[in-house]
Design a protein around this ligand. Structure first.
Ligand SMILES: Nc1ncnc2c1ncn2[C@@H]1O[C@H](COP(=O)(O)OP(=O)(O)OP(=O)(O)O)[C@@H](O)[C@H]1O
Ligand SMILES: [Mg+2]
Length: 388
């Protein structure tokens, strides 16, 4: 259902702690090994499992996942509304997970604007008073500046002419625009929006989304939980959550026909392995056992020449897979594969049983992989033939 939305930026990883953590040039939000366990009547429940997430300044990130996958819990870790059971949350230079309650309230008021699905404007206050509230709370700007600023923000969202109305006198879409103005009150660098368009009709939702795009253009960093796949495609990056884990974006890119559930299944079953530059991953002639998806770096596919040399038949990089030919033929490896000589690689590995389970679950994935295998196999044969 969600296809073709992946931006090719290497800023998110979802891997065990033994892999290298990649820093962007201008990281604003950084979650390191964040786990959240809720104590429930039925016992402990892991809502977030070892999340690694890195968001650069100025990114517009969609958070996608099924109901109950952990999206709101993730947002609460970033806003400091809730704390991780283990792991660390850094926003700029602030270690958010270490702040006490009063430090947290002040920090949040100045650094994070929050937009909710149900607007949550205070019903007894006028719109302009609602927008002034965060400035009053954080004691930002002088009292006179506060009103002027609130009017300026209402103007920015197209609501200045209704500033003195109560929330009950305007529509849902208008209330959400006022809520966005309120989120901007203290000029925070980050906006967190949890399904901000979930309660709006599609035309109004578009207007709100366009407003977010404008804010990103002005330099804000926005994380938005959404169920709307069209919106998810239009942002700079989509982060997929399944069962409390981030689905590696390159795994999702490699297997675009999988549903969110199936991607979650792959993330739970895949082993993440790293290979040093030049290390052999597959030996030609060995029995096929695993399927590999490249999540970082690249690989070379080669065949041995009868006179002892070798022929490079393919280069593959992140978001590609290999190892499928031998598994589909249930035979020996027709070519060798080694990690690229520049940076080595990291791969997500499924064993043959898991690979066949996956193909049985997703016919579209099976068809694509079978087609790719046929094309590659004939390429390899042609290369061997040409050279002999
Ligand atoms: N305070 C809590 N105590 C116990 N379990 C919780 C608590 N908060 C969340 N959970 C559980 O953690 C899981 C993730 O919840 P979360 O609200 O993050 O999901 P979500 O992805 O935002 O879902 P939705 O799309 O329905 O909003 C769910 O199974 C939920 O029941
Ligand atoms: Mg939620």
């Amino acid at each position: 259902m969600f296809k073709g939305w992946f931006r090719r930026r290497a800023t998110v990883t979802a891997t065990p702690s033994n892999s290298t953590y990649r820093h962007g040039n201008d990281t604003l939000i950084e979650l390191r090994n964040v786990t959240k366990v809720f104590e429930t009547a039925a016992g402990p429940f892991t809502a977030l499992d070892n999340i690694m997430l890195n968001v650069d300044r100025g990114e517009f990130v969609a958070i996608i996942g099924k109901s109950g996958s952990g999206k709101s819990t993730l947002m609460n870790m970033i806003s400091g509304i809730d704390r991780p059971t283990s792991g660390e949350v850094f926003i700029g230079d602030t270690a958010v997970h270490t702040l006490n309650e009063s430090e947290m309230a002040v920090w949040r008021g100045r650094n994070v604007g929050i937009v909710f699905q149900f607007f949550q404007l205070l019903p007894a206050l006028s719109l302009v008073e609602n927008v002034m509230l965060p400035m009053d709370f954080c004691n930002m700007f002088t009292p006179r500046e506060r009103r002027e600023r609130a009017m300026m923000l209402l103007d920015q969202v197209g609501m200045a002419d209704q500033a003195h109305k109560l929330p009950s006198a305007i529509s849902g879409g208008q209330q959400q625009r006022v809520a966005i103005a309120r989120a901007l009150a203290n000029d925070p660098p980050i906006i967190l929006a949890d399904e901000p368009t979930g309660n709006l009709d599609s035309k109004t939702a578009q207007q709100v989304f366009t407003l977010f795009e404008k804010l990103v253009d002005q330099g804000k960093t926005i994380l938005m939980v959404t169920h709307d796949s069209d919106m998810a495609r239009r942002v700079s990056r989509a982060v997929i959550i399944a069962d409390g884990r981030i689905v590696n974006e390159y795994v999702a890119q490699a297997l675009p026909a999988l549903t969110l559930d199936q991607l979650g299944w792959v993330m739970r079953h895949a082993d993440i392995r790293t290979y040093a530059p030049g290390a052999v991953i597959i030996e030609q002639g060995s029995q096929a056992d695993n399927f590999y998806i490249i999540t970082s770096g690249d690989v070379e596919v080669f065949i041995e020449h009868p006179d002892g040399g070798e022929i490079i038949v393919n280069h593959l990089s992140t978001g590609s897979y290999f190892g499928e030919i031998g598994l589909l033929r249930q035979g020996r490896r027709t070519a060798g594969v080694r990690a690229g000589f520049a940076t080595g690689c990291e791969v997500a590995v499924l064993d043959q049983h898991e690979f066949h389970t996956l193909l049985a679950e997703s016919e579209a994935t099976r068809n694509t992989i079978e087609r790719v295998a046929r094309e590659r196999h004939s390429q390899t044969q042609a290369a061997a033939h040409d050279d002999m």
